[in-house]
Design a protein around this ligand. Structure first.
Ligand SMILES: [Cu+2]
Length: 140
């Protein structure tokens, strides 16, 4: 029969997410954690997070804005490189993600060392505007 449903509004988001960031299979279990970070009005929510060293963290990065954003997590040296760099794309490093306007990207990261790291959007002007978060990795 000619039954035809209009595409659900979430379907293209799911497709974009799959295309951008294939996520590891099996996302629940001991030593694992899921965290969602929203990008809204060019701010990260939440802007502070604490995880345990060695924990496998599944991040869902949800961009609610009509402009693109980045989520790049690491130490000061890494951020200094991104601040001055001009990489057009971030390859497939799980700690460096581009999230298109209204898109959702998933990534899985393990932070082996305790420390205080930052997650920052390095698109022009976004860091200064306040697109900065703090990730504390506590001893396992
Ligand atoms: Cu941004």
């Amino acid at each position: 029969m000619g039954r035809h449903r209009p595409p659900a509004p979430w379907s293209w988001l799911a497709i974009a997410s799959l295309a951008l960031a294939p996520v590891a299979a099996g996302c629940t279990g001991a030593g694992e954690r899921s965290i969602e970070i929203a990008m809204r009005y060019s701010r990260f929510e939440p802007s502070t997070l604490t995880v345990r060293a060695g924990q496998t963290v599944h991040f869902t990065l949800r961009n609610d804005d009509f402009i693109d954003h980045e989520w790049i997590v690491g130490d000061d040296a890494l951020h200094a490189r991104h601040e001055t760099g001009d990489e057009p794309a971030h390859g497939d490093r799980p700690t460096e993600q581009s999230i298109p306007a209204l898109g959702v990207v998933t990534t899985t990261v393990r932070f082996p060392e305790p420390g205080t790291y930052a997650y920052i959007c390095h698109l022009p002007g976004h860091r200064v505007y306040g697109m900065v978060g703090t990730l504390v990795v506590t001893g396992g």
